[in-house]
Design a protein around this ligand. Structure first.
Ligand SMILES: Cc1cc2nc3c(=O)[nH]c(=O)nc-3n(C[C@H](O)[C@H](O)[C@H](O)COP(=O)(O)OP(=O)(O)OC[C@H]3O[C@@H](n4cnc5c(N)ncnc54)[C@H](O)[C@@H]3O)c2cc1C
Length: 291
């Protein structure tokens, strides 16, 4: 049994781990994707106080090394439920883990295309992180779906690696057109939604608006993030967008805390995520000391 189980090994979860481990508590972090959370999608972080510039991946690696150096343990599984009690159980797809206190630091997930066969292509041509996976598509044709700054930056990044980049945009206007207008191998496809992905084992093409097919080897989805807190509904109140309502990282249940981007807040950034992690861990440690 661990003192604290942290669900989510993003910046808030790993910060919580550092604070709890420094207070001499045993900690297990559970994350179904690996460690790092959303920040691994950032090519360059320049607004974290005290660090002039660092890639998101290097920032996540440093946090991971810090956690393991203090004795934190990781398992990579998806948490489906928490069973409350004097001893709390965190239930994953594979097993149950026991602890005295739980911190829910599940952040947000990337918004998907909403297609039935989407999951089948994850890792077989479909990606939510151009920085992580772009190099697998060297000299190939890819599509980026989304019209925000991240989609634009992804398209620019991929244009340096890939043969051709289609930028699939829902509307007929594109705010960041100036940024890409002089890049020959980016083609903006306006008024378009991806209505199907074609391919047997790997992606071979996408269908646009049910009537046009674009042959591509890879599809990068950059449509923003959303929380996924449904599994923890018993312990927390959610707002209309699914974010956890908690002013001070506590929940309705003693010993269960919340931290990070999954919470209702004004600003979702590293600084606010690590702030939450430190607070949640400190509260969890105090709770354990009263048992
Ligand atoms: C492209 C991009 C660029 C960014 N750039 C910056 C920047 O430059 N500066 C900055 O300050 N911020 C930046 N951010 C924001 C920053 O990444 C987030 O604020 C921060 O990652 C939030 O940390 P978190 O730990 O709360 O959540 P997340 O980073 O979302 O981590 C949550 C973790 O929980 C895991 N998880 C979720 N549900 C479960 C479950 N049921 N079971 C197990 N594990 C689960 C997820 O896999 C994930 O690893 C950027 C975000 C993006 C997407």
């Amino acid at each position: 049994m661990k003192d604290i189980i942290i669900i989510g090994a993003g910046p808030s979860g790993m910060t919580a781990a550092i604070y709890a481990l420094r207070a001499n508590k045993s900690v297990l972090l559970i994350d179904f994707k690996g460690y790092g959370g959303q920040i691994i999608n950032a090519k360059s972080v320049v607004n974290y106080p005290g660090i002039k510039e660092i890639s998101g991946i290097d920032y996540a690696k440093t946090l991971y090394e810090q956690v393991t150096s203090f004795g934190g343990e990781f398992v990579f599984e998806k948490v489906k439920d928490i069973i409350d009690g004097d001893i709390k159980k965190v239930v994953t797809e594979k097993c149950e883990y026991e602890c005295k206190s739980v911190i829910i630091a599940t952040g947000t997930v990337n918004k998907g295309l909403g297609l039935e066969n989407e999951d089948k292509f994850i890792g077989r041509g479909l990606s939510y992180c151009a920085t992580c996976d772009g190099n697998f598509y060297k000299d190939l044709d890819v599509a980026v779906v989304g019209s925000g700054e991240v989609a634009t930056d992804d398209a620019i990044y991929l244009s340096n690696i890939c043969n051709k980049v289609y930028l699939i945009i829902k509307g007929d206007e594109f705010k960041y057109l100036d940024k890409i207008s002089n890049i020959d191998n980016i083609e903006v496809v306006f008024n378009s939604s991806v209505t199907n992905i074609n391919g047997e084992y790997k992606i071979s093409a996408i269908e646009i608006n049910n009537d046009k097919t674009i042959p591509v080897n890879g599809v990068f989805v950059a449509m923003g993030q959303t929380p996924e807190n449904g599994n923890f509904r018993k312990f927390v109140d959610l707002d209309e967008n699914g974010y956890i309502k908690s002013l001070d990282c506590t929940t309705k249940v003693d010993g269960i805390f919340v931290a990070g981007d999954n919470r209702v807040k004004e600003l979702r950034q590293l600084t606010t995520a690590v702030n939450d992690g430190a607070i949640a861990a400190t509260k969890a440690c105090k709770y354990i000391d009263t048992l």
